[in-house]
Design a protein around this ligand. Sequence first.
Ligand SMILES: Cc1ncc(COP(=O)(O)O)c(C=O)c1O
Length: 340
Amino acid sequence: MIPFAQLSQNFTKLVLSHQPTPLEVAARMSSLLGIKLLIKRDDCTGLAGGGNKTRKLEYLLADAQKHQADTLITIGGIQSNHARQTAAAAAKFGFDCELILQDVAGAPTDNYSENGNILLNSLCGATVHKLSINDDCQQFAQQRINELTSTGKKPYLIPIGGSNVIGSMGYVQCAYELVQQINQQQHRVDHIVLATGSAGTQAGLLAGLIAADSDIPVLGINVSRPVTEQNPLVEQLLRQVLQALQLDPALAKNRVHTNGDYYGEGYGISSSVSESAIKLLAQQEGLLLDPVYTGKAMAGLIDLVHSGQLKPNSTVLFLHTGGSQALFAYRSCFNIPIYS
Ligand SMILES: Cc1ncc(COP(=O)(O)O)c(C=O)c1O
């Protein structure tokens, strides 16, 4: 195993998150499913509600500081968790923050544009540009960069989901943290399951596992694309991360597995299996998932256990990447009585 300090010597980071996040046994779900279900609590990274983007932002903000930037710009859907964590990170380190957020086709109407993450962005002082479905966000971002630069500001563009080599370093580090916890708690993990979207979480995690000499398979449950699109996205970024770490990009071969059966009608559109998984985890474990990412990933995990693709008595580790702040934007999807 290459020591992490040596592996990451070309990267700097700021501290934004609570680390290590807990690795817990989900006892009631384990007995319900007939497996050992472990949950890595990256919903508890701590920054304004936490989530996976906080680890990425530690590296991205350090890079922004290195470039003497004063304004962070990023892009996402209206209920982007990444945008919320970027707004909070910007506040903590004194950057201005501009969020370019796009409507999502098929998303709920009540609460979606005013509650959940979008409310928290404004609380953290971010400037929010709301774009409609047919607008070109990248073009708008470039326009804002030009405008800000012409007034003497120094903008720094963080890609969608923080998913470039620098952001993925957060999950290279998480892999080391996880391997240490798995060893300390004496688990033998057969599978890691997580939600995969812009790909940096899965790519970073895989690069870290490869560098740490761990061959635990990682299954991404796609939240927006079929396997034919998501697999190459993850693999391309994984190769770039391996290269940046001075490892052989060919080590990416046969490491990327994703499943496109659970994203339903599309990104940001809640599904009934995801809503059932959200209710189940809340009622069995007191654990909050979300309709866009972790609810769909957990629905996939449960279904793969039921179909025998995740074997009885195996140990499955679910990487909880956060997102429950979006529940409030999806209120209308949960037709549950509030009062008796
Ligand atoms: C809660 C949550 N889970 C998972 C993901 C997917 O991570 P990635 O975009 O790195 O694939 C995101 C991305 O926004 C997220 O907000």
